[in-house]
Write a protein that binds this ligand. Structure first.
Ligand SMILES: Cc1cc2nc3c(=O)[nH]c(=O)nc-3n(C[C@H](O)[C@H](O)[C@H](O)COP(=O)(O)OP(=O)(O)OC[C@H]3O[C@@H](n4cnc5c(N)ncnc54)[C@H](O)[C@@H]3O)c2cc1C
Length: 267
């Protein structure tokens, strides 16, 4: 099933400024993605990072993709740990919290290389962590929150998910109904989220909530870091999908879920 046609280098953790010999161009495999970019688009450091990622894809992901797609789940914890150990879950995230502190083009190069995974679900699941659940936290979160949720996510010790969509709030995000009511130093969260990628394997959710009834629907929203093992969270259903099967997708209910108000990202 699996044949490796690329010229690969040892999968050491990616660090910028690797030697030219370790950044050999990677040849696309038969089922892989072909970049429309010219060879000159990425520099030697981008290509070195892509080569490191490609080795993980070829050795630890693609041989198992068909099985995982059939089973409707993949071991996100194991895969994320491999990516985290190689420095690939925080390429453009702050160095103080375990990221590589590189610019956005490294993130683009990484996402393009993820296209060599033989399904859409795993790139989507990885992107939920690197580009959906963590960017606001990385930019606006307190140091305490970033230590607690961002650092382990970059290391690959935590899987995260993004809780935005609801049955009545998909494209129209302002219509979400989930609330977080302030009670002393805590928030009490009630509501539900729908179509949440990674939810069954996630350690925490970056959750969009309404924090005020007085302000308009476009001014009353906050993102909150919520550990998935908090009492009151129920994973109601793993959705059986036609495609993107190996990433788990869930309906989540929140019933009087209490978290510190300090878990709000930003103001
Ligand atoms: C595999 C999968 C994984 C997902 N993972 C996550 C996740 O991790 N976290 C999360 O929060 N959400 C997730 N989602 C939800 C996804 O982001 C929503 O499905 C999306 O926001 C669209 O919402 P909806 O499905 O309610 O469609 P709707 O908003 O009901 O839209 C239905 C159709 O109407 C069109 N439409 C809507 N409004 C307008 C308008 N005003 N004008 C013209 N056309 C319009 C849309 O383009 C679409 O074609 C996931 C969805 C899928 C399928």
């Amino acid at each position: 099933m699996f044949s490796c046609t690329g010229r690969l280098v040892a999968a050491t953790a990616f660090r910028p400024m690797l030697t030219a010999s370790s950044s050999a161009a990677v040849t696309s495999s038969v089922r892989g993605y072909r970049s429309p970019q010219s060879d000159a688009f990425y520099n030697e450091d981008h290509k070195a990072m892509q080569t490191t990622l490609r080795k993980i894809i070829d050795n630890d992901i693609n041989p198992y993709v068909d099985k995982w797609e059939e089973e409707g789940i993949y071991p996100a914890k194991e895969v994320f740990k491999k990516l985290g150990d190689a420095g690939l879950l925080g390429v453009n995230r702050p160095v103080e919290f375990g990221g590589l502190g590189l610019d956005l083009k490294f993130n683009v190069a990484m996402n393009e290389e993820l296209g060599n995974i033989w399904c859409g679900s795993i790139p989507m699941s990885v992107a939920v962590q690197t580009d959906m659940a963590t960017p606001a936290l990385a930019t606006f979160g307190s140091d305490k929150l970033r230590k607690e949720f961002l650092e382990p996510s970059i290391k690959g010790d935590y899987v995260s998910c993004l809780g935005v969509s609801e049955p009545g709030g998909g494209s129209d995000v302002a219509a979400i109904k989930t609330t977080a009511e302030r009670r002393g130093d805590d928030l009490i969260i009630n509501g539900q989220k729908m179509w949440i990628t990674n939810a069954f394997q996630a350690d925490w959710v970056c959750l969009l909530v309404n924090t005020s009834k007085e302000q308009s629907a476009h001014q009353n929203k906050s993102l909150v870091c919520v550990p998935m093992n908090t009492p009151g969270i129920t994973l109601a259903k793993k959705i059986d999908k036609l495609g993107m099967r190996s990433s788990d997708t869930a309906v989540i209910y929140f019933e009087d879920v209490r978290v510190p108000a300090a878990n709000i990202i930003g103001k």
